[in-house]
Design a protein around this ligand. Structure first.
Ligand SMILES: Cc1ncc(COP(=O)(O)O)c(C=O)c1O
Length: 330
């Protein structure tokens, strides 16, 4: 019989390289997926690649901006443990910020339009964020965003305002990650980038990087059609969540992070078509993408039908998952 082994000394754990050190190390490096069925079923002579951002750990492209914004604030010495972060958000930035803040030891509070789907509001609460809903009618007023931003600063004097609309760390996150990932994963074979615009961070940062690599590359944005925008007659019109119209808008009302100079063309899509196209992606590719992904894919299909684009590669950013919009399903 062998002698009982003595109690082992406490040996520090070795960290295997395959163990991830926290949520933030999982942000980015999302897959670029060819939508071969979509192209084949429509006899399109183009290659459509989707940058599927719902693979980010908190479920959307905004995880990148959230990590960039919080890391930049930490480096600048603007955050202390337990501090509160505040912003105005259509959901996904809040969810990304709430997740990164939870991982890094901060609190969060977000102001949202009352029309944002319950799915995103519930997600924010589960991550521990405080949620303040603002009636959609308030967004129709002249200088609405400025008025709401003033309110946020007034009501939260000690909080750190993450300012996703103007914080340069937002487009920078896309310049340093989304752009290079698309370039590397496509082997530099990308002719057109299609993106929706919320703050503009995705298109400005990714677009700048890709145009530096290939000045011939075209950048096309999808934006909500007028019929899908809230108006005094229809203040609660269901829009394409998270995205905004940017053409024919007074430049002072556009977010500073939308760098219009990077964009070559804008095409409008209704909410109905965005949702229909998102369903087509689920049924034909098995990829459950959100409504802004549907809008951008619809734009890609329009571009694919143009003879001058035959044989080209179109990359489409899919910002989030269709699971965030299940309440829209009829
Ligand atoms: C669903 C969805 N799509 C697209 C975007 C656009 O992202 P960006 O703010 O980088 O322009 C957002 C932004 O919040 C979003 O929530």
């Amino acid at each position: 019989m062998s002698a009982p082994s003595s109690t082992p000394a406490i040996v520090p754990r070795r960290t295997a390289s395959s163990i991830h050190q926290g949520l933030t190390t999982l942000i980015g490096k999302t897959p670029l997926v060819e939508l071969a069925n979509i192209a084949r079923n429509r006899n399109l002579d183009v290659r459509i690649l989707a940058k599927v951002e719902f693979f980010n750990p908190a479920g959307s492209v905004k995880d990148r901006a959230a990590l960039g914004i919080i890391t930049a604030a930490e480096r600048a010495g603007k955050l202390r443990p337990g501090d509160k972060l505040v912003d105005i958000t259509s959901g996904n930035t809040g969810i990304g910020l709430a997740a990164v803040a939870a991982a890094r030891g901060y609190r969060t509070k977000f102001y949202l339009r009352s029309t944002i789907g319950q799915d995103k509001i519930n997600l924010l609460k589960v991550y521990g964020a405080e949620v303040v809903l603002i009636d959609n009618k308030e967004f129709l007023a002249e200088n609405a965003i400025e008025t709401i931003l003033e309110r946020i600063v007034r009501e939260n004097p000690n909080a750190y305002f993450t300012d996703q609309r103007a914080n340069p760390a937002n487009p920078e996150a896309h310049y340093t990650t989304t752009g290079p990932e698309i370039w590397q994963d496509s082997g530099g074979e990308v002719d057109i980038l299609v993106s929706a615009v919320g703050t503009g961070g995705s298109v400005s940062g990714t677009g700048r990087y890709l145009k530096e690599k290939n000045p011939q590359l075209r950048i096309v944005i999808s934006e909500p059609a007028d019929a899908s925008l809230p108006s005094p007659e229809r203040p609660y019109a269901p829009g394409i969540e998270g995205v905004h119209k940017v053409t024919n808008i007074e430049p002072s009302h556009l977010p500073a992070n939308f760098h219009a100079g990077v964009v070559d063309e804008a095409l409008a899509v209704t909410t109905e078509i965005a949702l229909e196209t998102a369903s087509a992606i689920a049924r034909e590719e098995g990829i459950l993408a959100g409504m802004s992904s549907g809008a951008s894919l619809n734009v890609a299909l329009t571009l694919a039908a143009r003879p001058e684009n035959a044989g080209k590669t179109i990359v489409v950013i899919f910002p989030d998952s269709g699971e965030r919009y299940l309440s829209y399903v009829e």
